[in-house]
Design a protein around this ligand. Sequence first.
Ligand code: NZQ
Ligand code: ZN
Length: 392
Amino acid sequence: MYNFNYYTPTEVVFGKAAEEKTGAMLKKYGAKKVLLHYGSGSVIRSGLLNRIKKSLEEQEIAYVELGGVVPNPRLTKVYEGIELCRKEKVDFLLAVGGGSVLDSAKAIGYGLVNEGDVWDFYEHTRKASGCMPLGVVVTIAAAGSEMSSSSVITNEERGMKRGYNDDAGRPKFAIMNPELTMTLPAYQTSSGCADILMHTQERYFTSGGNMELTDSLAEGLMRTVITNAKILMEQPDNYDARAEILWASSLSHNGLTGCGIKAGDFVCHALEHEIGAMFDVAHGAGLAAVWGSWARYVYKDCLSRFVKFAKNVMLVDMDGSDEEIALAGIEALENFYRAINMPTNMRELGVEPTDEQIDAMAHGVALAKGEKFGSAKVLCEADAAAIYRMAR
Ligand code: NZQ
Ligand code: ZN
């Protein structure tokens, strides 16, 4: 077991009608003037935004609004938010929506308390000295940004999607009502489930240091997501299934399933971020499209973990060599993706990159991750290109 720091400062308010406590939570954390940040309209259509405003007004908390965040959130919107907050003297950020809105709010927060261009942090040329405090009301179980240190922003001018990790960006509080996720289109629900699984897998398929407790938590989390994702295909309004998935989204990416491991892998995320930057796909669906190819490319170097995954998560029960069991586990997860209408290659994702585009994406992975990357198997740019080609 490796040494670790586990830091989860976010206060979670979970359950039915949780959003009614938004104003009280803002007051508790000292907010005087809030930026109400949201996406392209789902929170307006569901009536959530009005309920949040009412909750703020009851606590006499002033606010300004900035909507229009899109999936794969854009840097230009971040700049717009920074300018608005400076002008309006905002002292607290409230993100209402999915990972894209939350990440956009985090980026605005970095931009507000640091001089210079906020994109520097996403290019890793310098570190932020802090972030304006933020709270979140989550409307989709997926990215886990509500408890994570990450923010992922797309620089549309330069065609780059990049993440920045910093504990300063972890939200002060997260309001999580599973009912709010019932209005999601089925594709977004499934895409979110794929992302949740991946956040755990990126930490599970590693070269060492795994502890029994962390493995058990990770395996239980993955089995729970698989079971409840299938329930939601038939019963999208099933409260308990929504609740299981929503809580899994937070726990899969707040560090819990990474305690004691040597290093996370995160190659599938790097591969997807390039696809997202080039083709603007849903993040979780993009991950599902490359996972099987990545797994078949690396499994021999991480065989014991793939066998464990096959037996304990996909419940593969067969006689055979370790390689056969590992491959059966990979196939079982792909079958699960098919069952929830997720792609298992890029064509099913709806993108058909040319050879030049694949080389450009592989180069982007190397720019973001360095010459060598990955933990299940250490890879380089040529390996990334080979995996993209397998995933066509
Ligand atoms: O914009 P609106 O109208 O709200 O519609 C959104 C959007 O179209 C819709 N939606 C969200 N909640 C809804 C809803 N529609 C109906 N009812 C609801 N309750 O769903 C669509 C997707 O929203 P988005 O916020 O993009 O989804 P997600 O949470 O999957 O976030 C994806 C982004 O997060 C990044 C991804 O790369 C991607 O940019 N990630 C962030 C991470 C982090 N900060 O820790 C980690 C992840 O690995 C990931 O990279
Ligand atoms: Zn993700």
